[in-house]
Design a protein. Structure first.
Length: 162
């Protein structure tokens, strides 16, 4: 699977920085929680929940980052048998279909986030669950940006090859 050659723009960098910051914060939080719990017998009931939510955000942001680098699992056995031009041509509808599926997933995520379920409070942090559920539409937003960029690049490569 091809990757994006250029450096990420400002919007794409937000996903990178947010994912790295979330991963660092989650690591520090889990380490501090373990040290406090087993070293000093001090426990905060919100720390596990916050670490879980950070993990969810890192995963959904990481989906877009992995898509940008072509790191998702791809079954290429059928396309490897095709000529290069046809393979490049086939990549466009594949990206479009993935984008449409992600759009449906993102809209559903928005519906859950801002629906009745999103306003119930979490047990540890006592914040609306919408903050946790928002990870899905946010991740999909960044993934759709990567998909649009990938489709545009594929179209440009087709025009250059013709």
């Amino acid at each position: 699977m091809e990757t994006t050659e250029r450096k990420p723009g400002a919007v794409r960098s937000i996903a990178d920085v947010a994912a790295m910051t979330g991963l660092a914060a989650m690591t520090i939080l889990v380490f501090a929680t373990v040290v406090l719990r087993y070293g000093f017998n001090i426990s905060f009931r919100w720390s596990d929940e916050l670490a879980r939510y950070l993990f969810i955000y890192v995963v959904f942001l990481g989906i877009a980052i992995a898509y940008r680098h072509g790191d998702h699992v791809v079954i290429e056995i059928g396309t490897l048998l095709l000529p290069e031009r046809l393979r490049r041509l086939l990549a466009i509808p594949i990206h479009v279909i993935v984008g449409l599926l992600m759009l449906v997933l993102g809209v559903t995520g928005l519906w859950v986030t801002f629906g009745k379920l999103g306003w119930a409070l979490t047990s540890g942090l006592q914040i609306p669950r919408a903050y946790m559920y928002a990870a899905l539409p946010i991740g999909v937003f960044f993934l759709l940006i990567e998909i649009v960029i990938r489709v545009c690049q594929s179209l440009r490569r087709l025009r250059e090859a013709a």
